[in-house]
Design a binder for this molecule. Structure first.
Ligand SMILES: Nc1nc2c(ncn2[C@@H]2O[C@H](COP(=O)(O)OP(=O)(O)O)[C@@H](O)[C@H]2O)c(=O)[nH]1
Ligand SMILES: [Mg+2]
Length: 648
């Protein structure tokens, strides 16, 4: 089976296009894979084809990318106006990063007056391969009525609901056709000496060799050819399918791409696992594309045996896509030899989570099950991250966006019968002190026979931001015996856990200067308590101040939006650091800023609206910053109320 995937933004007409391509010759057969991926099988000119439909929401980009693991070629289906080109940018970027040859289909041409060359020029801004028109439209009174193939120079007139008919190139289109053809041939002549000579000698190059050069240019990822049409009206669909038939590279090219990062020979790859779906009664289903005629249920794969196939009988031919049950040792994202699973390619890595939520099961009894299920799901879906919330220990889920998070909750309920509620994470405020103070604390307790006694004198002062905690002692003459000093330090550390404002305390220097002990009643415990109480008292006296966490954030977005990011950062109370061209992709910038952690919740939606949903970001904690004013006071009093509620 030969296989292509259709990538592109929502509403570009991807699903419509697949239905039309598949229905050219036979009745198509569509199978849902999961998370917006679906496989349509069909035959064309005696060959078996598989088309993978991909979701168009940017939160599902990590799912769409999986299709590139299994496809010989990508069709990038776009909307027909220059302003929408940016919506295709993430897909152009993903296809290029994966090394998958791609062709463009400019769809919905029936709805636009925009010039194709402007659309392609706008797309070129986000592509590093040259995009070359392979067709130009024929327009009558502004409406598209057909297209001219720039290689064969044949013109086709569209007919509603019927195959197009061959016509003479209309006079009105002739000049444009020549201009576009010259452009295409010039592009191709850079790749082929024969063609260059033909052009220099002003000979008319033969069509057969021209198609061959096109095929080579596509296969080598030098040129991305652009076709046009209207899937909704079945126009340009046959032309596209014929191009796919002639120009889709062989299966071995995919094996080569997948093997490139590892030192396994491409021929040793038996299959690639691109998706795992967890189903209610079937358990985990692994979707694989096979490379090997000997792959069969029970055959060795990645150090285990391939399980039974769902809805598939007979041998698995190379290129076939199958779903295997009972293959839990297989993880998606890897190509497999008999004995090994290769490292997933780096281009497959999802964007960092855009939204994080703590999860709690509605039924307490589901707690262990929830952790187990989340662990299983995250193993098969790197776009989902799982961690534990400091303090509560609750599982924290990082998702690609609110829709992705909702989809997870639905999966948890419908497939695993665990109903959950979600809540935002707490900001990790800290506090510190602003001046050094001395403290004296005596712990004395008489209970029955034995008593407790410890006396400490301490100096407690601030350290520079980020230095954490330091403990020293300058005790003279054994006033506090050596063996009790570690207990004083432990007590001081205990005091750091909850400061006078209710938050963990950082950047503090404690010096034990003096003290007293009792030969019978002193103990580690007594000195620990004295240390804790003494430091606690000092912290309260030393004018504590709230610290808020500041993150360093990098926005990844098409360069067009960098201008809009500065005001966005300001409105989120952040500070712009600057931006540069993203070396990894044409037409993208990496934009850096500092933002308070409390603003991270708003970053996702703000970035979405500033970049038409195309941008993403990563961030990491950078430093703590002293935080004063009304907002800080509110946080402190809220914390007090919380503590009161918890203890009362
Ligand atoms: N006018 C017009 N509408 C189209 C065309 N292709 C698809 N559509 C419509 O566009 C909408 C989105 O199509 P769909 O295939 O679901 O897009 P997807 O989100 O990319 O899969 C549907 O209402 C289609 O009927 C086209 O070529 N012309
Ligand atoms: Mg669709």
């Amino acid at each position: 089976m030969r296989c292509f995937c259709v990538l592109g933004p929502a509403q570009a007409g991807k699903s419509t296009l697949i239905n039309r391509l598949a229905a050219l010759e036979s009745a198509p057969e569509r199978t849902e894979i999961g998370d917006g991926l679906a496989l349509t099988r069909f035959s064309f000119f005696g060959e078996q084809w598989g088309a993978i439909d991909c979701p168009g929401a940017i939160e599902s980009l990590h799912h769409a990318k999986r299709a590139l693991l299994a496809a010989d070629i990508a069709v990038i289906c776009v909307k027909p106006d220059p302003e929408s080109a940016v919506l295709a940018a993430p897909y152009l970027r993903a296809a290029e990063a994966s090394g998958t040859p791609s062709l463009l289909f400019v769809n919905r041409m029936d709805e636009t007056n925009a010039r194709l060359r402007d659309i392609v020029a706008a797309l070129q801004g986000y592509a590093s391969h040259a995009i070359a028109l392979r067709q130009v439209p024929i327009r009558t009174d502004g409406v598209i009525t057909g297209a001219i193939d720039l290689i064969s120079e044949r013109a086709w007139k569209y007919r509603e609901g019927q195959p197009s008919t061959l016509i003479e190139i209309p006079d009105s289109a002739a000049e444009r056709e020549h201009e576009a053809r010259d452009g295409l041939l010039e592009e191709l002549s850079e790749l082929d000496d024969w063609l260059l000579e033909e052009l220099i000698e002003e000979r008319e190059p033969a069509v057969g060799p021209l198609y061959e050069i096109c095929t080579r240019a596509l296969r080598d990822n030098i040129v991305t050819p652009a076709f046009l049409g209207s899937a909704g009206h079945n126009n340009g669909v046959m032309r596209l399918m014929k191009a796919l038939r002639h120009e889709t590279p062989p299966l071995s090219d995919l094996q080569n791409r997948l093997a490139v990062a590892d030192d396994v020979a491409p021929e040793q790859l038996r299959a690639v696992g691109f998706y795992a779906d967890h189903r209610k009664h079937l358990g985990k289903l692994m979707f694989l594309r096979s490379f090997d005629a000997e792959l069969a249920p029970g055959a060795p794969l990645a150090g285990g045996a391939l399980g039974g196939l769902v809805e598939h009988t007979g041998p698995i031919t190379p290129g076939e896509i199958v779903a295997a049950a009972k293959s839990d040792h297989l993880k998606p994202g890897h190509a497999y030899s008999k004995t090994e699973a290769l490292t997933p390619p780096s281009w497959l890595a999802p964007a960092p989570p855009m939204i994080s939520r703590a999860l709690a099961p509605m039924r307490e009894a589901d707690e262990a099950k929830l952790s187990m299920v989340l662990g299983k799901l995250a193993e098969d879906e790197p776009g989902l991250t799982i961690s534990a919330e400091p303090g509560s220990g609750r599982p924290v889920v990082g998702a690609q966006g609110p829709g992705h998070l909702r989809a997870l909750c639905v999966k948890l309920q419908e497939i695993f019968s665990v109903e959950v509620e979600t809540r935002p994470l707490r900001d990790s405020y800290r506090e510190t002190l602003t001046r050094p103070v001395d403290a004296h604390y005596r712990h004395r307790k008489q209970s029955g026979g034995s008593g407790q006694f410890a006396d400490v004198k301490l100096t407690v002062g601030p350290l520079s931001r980020g230095e954490g905690f330091q403990f020293d002692e300058v005790v003279k003459g054994g006033a506090v015996p050596r063996n009790y000093i570690p207990a004083v330090e432990s007590g001081a550390r205990d005091a750091m856990e909850h400061g006078p404002l209710g938050f963990p305390v950082v950047d503090v220097h404690v010096t034990l200067t003096d003290g007293q002990h009792h030969a019978v009643d002193s103990s580690d415990l007594a000195f620990r308590i004295a240390g804790r109480m003494g430091v606690g008292k000092a912290l309260a006296d030393a004018t504590p101040v709230l610290l808020r966490p500041i993150h360093r954030i990098t926005f990844h977005a098409p360069s067009d939006y960098s201008g809009a990011l500065s005001p966005m950062v300001s409105s989120l109370r952040g500070q712009v650091l600057g931006f540069e061209r993203d070396p990894a992709a044409n037409g993208w910038d990496a934009f850096h800023a500092l933002l308070p952690e409390s603003a991270l919740e708003e970053v996702g939606p703000a970035l979405r609206s500033a970049t038409q949903g195309v941008g993403w970001f990563d961030h990491r904690f950078d430093h703590y910053e002293e935080f004063y004013g009304k907002e800080a006071d509110k946080i402190v009093s809220h914390r007090k109320d919380e503590k009161a509620a918890a203890s009362g």
